[in-house]
Design a protein around this ligand. Sequence first.
Ligand SMILES: [Zn+2]
Ligand SMILES: [Zn+2]
Length: 289
Amino acid sequence: MGGGALRVRRRALMFQVRFWGVRGSIPTPGESTVEVGGNTACVEVRCGEEIIILDGGTGLRGLGEKLMAEAPVRASMFFSHVHWDHIQGFPFFLPALAPGNHIELYGGSNVTTTLAETLAGQMNFPNFPLTLEQMAASMEFHECVDGQVIEIADDVTVQALSLNHPNGCYGYRVEHRGKAMCYCTDTEQLEEPDANVLQLAKGAELFIYDSQYTPEEYTGEKSGLPRVGWGHSTFEQGARLAKLAGAKRLVLFHHDPAQGDAQVRDKEARCRKLFPKTDAAREGLCYEL
Ligand SMILES: [Zn+2]
Ligand SMILES: [Zn+2]
């Protein structure tokens, strides 16, 4: 077999997850976040020839630059929800701006506007120089329904289930070659373990979970400002859910803007005591499943 044939075969077998933005709420560039990165939510998943993008936070800009080397680009984007930190990279996503590319976009229509209307709205005059209509790639929008399983290719499925977050949010489970990865960000912990999270994370190789806070930050015991009701969880809850779901590896995601590299490392070390196979998400982190 020649090198070319080997490469094609390797790509067909690929199930890869790469982090482009790991921060929650607002981008946080600066000296204290160089190691972890300051871009907001964006994760690239490769299943064979399929390119799946989870969320379009500011990390999406860097991913777009890389994808342009593979043009024409054909990708499926899944938005957990439309808060700023999950959509702001989209106007800067080069594959959407360039003709000849095709993007399928999935997300909820659980707020007063559809996904297409929200993505167009953030580019409306006077907020942005271009409109969504001026983005030259062809785009097809799909409404996700709670519990839906979307078959995006042969042996590549994505399941959507609703999470506990103000204005709603979807978690996703991507399955390929009998393996699964789970993306559950922007979800607040419940008293009882969230059955939807457990279903999405069941036996997953990789369980990406909203671990914005430490338990003390969540309850506000030091700051006097509890974060209860803000729509996010703790690493402690991530470890609990990972164990219950039988997930193989937990990735702490959606780091709070106030946490510098040292705080994220500390969160990771504390979580490893509860669930040893834990990593804090960092920009550039990549897993082969
Ligand atoms: Zn968020
Ligand atoms: Zn949110």
